[in-house]
Design a binder for this molecule. Sequence first.
Ligand code: ZN
Length: 74
Amino acid sequence: MMFCPKCLCEKTIVNKTIKTPNTNERYRQCLECKYTFITIEAIRTDRYWLEYAEYTLDSNKKEDKRQGKFSFEQ
Ligand SMILES: [Zn+2]
């Protein structure tokens, strides 16, 4: 369940769901105050894999970025 961001009521309905390969967006409406809002459901990834995915997608175009991008030294 999702709380209404306006009145914090817990009773909401889903009017529409938009699915993409990585996310589900849900158009919700509060049954109490009729406020509409959008929620997003996505796979949680850690920062390393997010950067890895960006790096992989970018690597064809941007050869010069190969150096140093993955030096996480914290
Ligand atoms: Zn509400």
